[in-house]
Design a protein around this ligand. Structure first.
Ligand code: SAM
Length: 283
């Protein structure tokens, strides 16, 4: 069975190998037959479209396995992008492998990786989170569990939840982090904007178009302890922290070293094992 990645927008993303696999298929398992019918028309596919979605993955898999036993060629696609990545497909792949058939990936785009490639984020590692819970309280809870992960985070989000999702990310995550909004990737109105997390909600509100389409959100990793401060500044601050409360230590360290107050404060809070509060609290 071929697992075929299909375009997330621009049809030119279909590889020659993907087209070959889809043309060879007698049976094409897809999420929504209407969606894949458009691709089938575009490519002139002859294979029969079979709906295999999250509600019938088990019975659908049985049907595909029966076809494979008959010596027929089977392909698996999702509506867009790579099957089994925030999409159905994983259970079908496993069932087909367990039945003794080979599963061959035919790589294509996945919105997360496409977004990462043009995000401008410098993190060496990322964690693919996919969709966060739809309700705000559960979403904040999930974000809190991710807050200290030492890597960039990649989220999928639907347009009707984008504003509240970004508000929750801004409420839970460290304000020094950068957010990249990648919308409508590979499509006519593609937009990839990197901004300080603290400015992201205002950016979304600034133009109704900013809230339209399909979204990947990427968040840079958390600030490292002492990030942006040289060794002499760190030593000065730490000596002062041993002698006085953090707000006073930060004030004096700023006067002595000239380093930015925000970075000094973040380091002071990290030393105290706390999250930085609103910068205004420094007085
Ligand atoms: N399996 C797919 C993949 O590999 O990209 C993802 C399927 S998931 C159900 C759909 C989500 O992917 C959308 O809600 C959006 O977050 C993201 N997505 C898909 N296409 C996109 C695009 N062209 N631009 C931005 N995000 C996209």
């Amino acid at each position: 069975m071929y697992v075929v990645g299909t375009p997330i927008g621009h049809l030119g993303e279909l590889s020659a190998r993907a087209i070959g696999a889809l043309r060879a298929a007698d049976l094409i398992a897809c999420e929504d037959t209407r969606e894949t019918a458009r691709l089938a028309r575009h490519l002139g596919l002859r294979g029969q479209l079979v709906a295999v979605h999250e509600h019938n993955e088990r019975s659908g898999a049985e049907r595909l396995i029966a076809a494979l036993r008959d010596g027929r060629c089977v392909a698996l696609v999702s509506d867009a992008g790579t099957p089994a990545v925030s999409d159905p497909g994983a259970k079908v792949v496993r069932a087909v492998q367990d039945a003794g058939f080979r599963v061959v990936p035919v790589s294509g785009p996945s919105a997360a990786v496409v977004a990462l490639s043009a995000s401008g984020l410098l993190d060496a590692q990322f964690r693919f989170v996919g969709f966060l819970p739809p309700k705000s309280s559960a979403r904040r809870h999930a974000l809190e569990a991710l807050r200290e992960q030492d890597c960039a985070l990649v989220f999928y989000e639907a347009p009707h939840r984008i504003v509240e999702c970004v508000a929750d990310i801004a409420a839970v995550m460290q304000p020094e982090r950068e957010l990249v909004v990648a919308r409508e990737l590979t499509k006519l109105f593609e937009q990839i904007v990197r901004m300080p997390l603290s400015e992201a909600s205002a950016w979304l509100q600034a133009d109704a178009n900013h809230q339209r389409g399909e979204f990947v959100l990427l968040l840079s990793g958390p600030p490292q302890q002492g990030e942006g401060l040289d060794a002499a500044t760190l030593r000065t601050l730490e000596l002062l922290l041993d002698e006085m409360p953090p707000s006073r230590a930060v004030k004096l360290a700023q006067a002595i070293t000239g380093a930015p107050r925000k970075l000094l404060y973040a380091h002071a809070m990290a030393c105290a094992g706390e999250a930085p509060a609103d910068d205004d609290s420094l007085g």
